[in-house]
Design a protein. Sequence first.
Length: 195
Amino acid sequence: MKANRRTILAVALVAAIPLMQGCATKIKASSLTNPAPTEAFSGYGRIDVKPVVFAQGYKGNQAALNKIAENFAHDLAPSLTKWNSVPANGRTLTVEPVVEQISFKSGAKRVFLGPFAGSSGVLMRVTFRDQSGKVVANPQFFQRAGAMSGGFTIGVQDNLMLNRVAKLASEYTIANYERAVGGPTGADAAAVAMQ
């Protein structure tokens, strides 16, 4: 009797794999790396960071957006304080972080549906503009949490995804302060959209 239950369970799990893959997020990045800005951010006397928002007209999980915003602000705070303490030179760089797409599976959904809730994913773009409105850099940042890892960790991987995307964005900002070097998007080859 136990052998039959195990066989049925094994068959059910194998049959469920295509279903879970079908629940994969459709959010994609367009490249593996972000190009360097047109100049290093240290050329600006002031750096103003706007709040993280959703793209205009986009509706997403507000709690997930708040978590990204909290992490982004936390990661940048020490550097911003230092950068903005130097004498102003009349040049201002405005940083505009925008979440363009997000599919976030909450802890409750993970408890009830586990991997069947599907994958989580997030695509954030950060636009850096000078005081005239000219775009200095426009990097994108991508992260995901697979259905299986999100399900078996009961949402821990989904929440870590929010931390990672904020960290990628803040690391790009910090890395390009002294020299314009670009940086990773956080995507792997499988996550890059077909062009």
